[in-house]
Ligand binder design. Structure first.
Ligand code: 5GP
Length: 341
């Protein structure tokens, strides 16, 4: 674990509200409603969310404390510091903008609170580059999805490139991503990057439709392979276009979309030399860290120190940032390589 902690890392799949730490939950919930804190603590004390369904119940509770811009700012600020303390040098956060009329929070002020946290961390000279993806929930209809894409385009401009693209997430057992394909295609056309949750549960037709857009990255991709309810055609498309996969080991095991970590699809894709990024998904909800995820991958699949370093280094080519940022990160990695390996 020490080596994984010391290795500089890239985090490409982190949902803001799922990444909230216990400390931040306690800080916000106690201020808002101690009863709510009791419920949240029970969830977190159980430690593990156990099923996909429970995880989405936990998000509902967390959303009750993150219903105002002050809380959103605090969560983003704390989460960035926590990733930085784990030696993450580049972070892409994703979050679903929400309107909460009772607190006066609008989607725009939600986004601005996160951008302010990113900017404040930058001003503190924290050694981490942070980018931001706006998430569309699968349950959203086309008009809400279009609003999110419009906001992403607007804030990409206003933030000078901190907002980089669109995520598609939300409960994979609800809704149909096919209906959102036209707006996702439009987002790509407008120059936004697409990191889309895909095939978290078996859904061959939906996955085929979404893959036609050729997203820039795929979240999870658990059920692409025929052995997991997918099809060879899906695997071939992903391989042929070398679409990077964001893989979250603990999350998939806890949500039971993967039966046991030994069976995680990381192995299949890694063995093919396919671009794979180890990610946390929701470090708070799943009580993990990026270093622990690397460590779990190393222990489960017998990776050496060199493998771990290379796995982390290769993520740099998957980031949604300009070439100069990639070069900076590569030199940072190379400067620790000589004495670590
Ligand atoms: P937020 O967007 O509020 O910052 O983060 C929580 C949201 O991220 C959840 O409500 C859900 O829409 C999405 N999310 C978090 N983890 C997962 C996951 O493992 N799978 C999917 N499909 N969505 C997730």
């Amino acid at each position: 674990l020490d080596f994984c902690k010391r290795t500089p890392k890239v985090e490409l799949h982190a949902h803001l509200n799922g990444s909230i730490s216990r400390e931040t939950i306690e800080k916000l919930a106690m201020k808002k409603n101690p009863e709510l804190y009791k419920d949240l603590r029970i969830c977190f004390d159980k430690g593990k969310a156990e099923t996909l369904d429970n995880v989405f119940q936990m998000f509902k509770l967390i959303h009750q404390i993150s219903d105002n811009t002050e809380a959103i700012y605090t969560i983003a600020y704390d989460v960035i510091h926590e990733f930085s303390a784990d030696n993450v040098k580049y972070l892409e956060l994703r979050s679903t903008p929400r309107d909460v009329p009772s607190s006066g929070m609008t989607k725009s002020s939600y986004i601005e609170a996160i951008l302010k946290a990113i900017e404040d961390c930058h001003k503190e000279n924290l050694d981490i580059v942070v980018k931001f993806l706006l998430a569309i929930d699968r349950r959203n209809d086309l008009s809400v999805a279009k609003e999110t894409v419009d906001l992403a385009e607007r804030y990409s401009r206003l933030s000078g490139g901190t907002v980089v693209g669109i995520d598609l997430s939300g409960d994979p057992t609800v809704g149909d991503a096919c209906t959102l394909v036209p707006i996702l295609r439009d987002a790509k056309f407008r120059g936004l990057k697409l990191a889309l949750h895909l095939a978290e549960v078996p859904a061959v037709e939906e996955t085929e439709e979404v893959l036609k857009i050729l997203p820039d990255r795929i979240g999870h991709g658990t059920c692409l392979h025929p052995n997991a309810g997918g099809s060879q055609g899906l695997v071939d498309t992903v391989l042929q276009h070398r679409i990077p996969l964001e893989l979250c080991l603990t999350s998939n095991v806890i949500c039971q979309t993967v039966a046991h970590v030994d069976n995680h699809h990381f192995k299949y894709w890694y063995d093919q030399g396919h671009p794979c990024a180890i990610c946390t998904d929701d470090k708070g909800v799943f009580s993990t860290s990026l270093s622990e995820e690397y460590c779990l991958a190393a222990e489960t699949f017998g990776l050496t120190r060199k493998d771990i370093w290379t796995l982390s280094y290769n993520c740099i080519d998957m980031i949604f940032a300009e070439e100069a940022v990639k070069q900076d990160l590569k030199s940072k990695w190379n400067s620790v390589k000589s004495y670590e390996l």
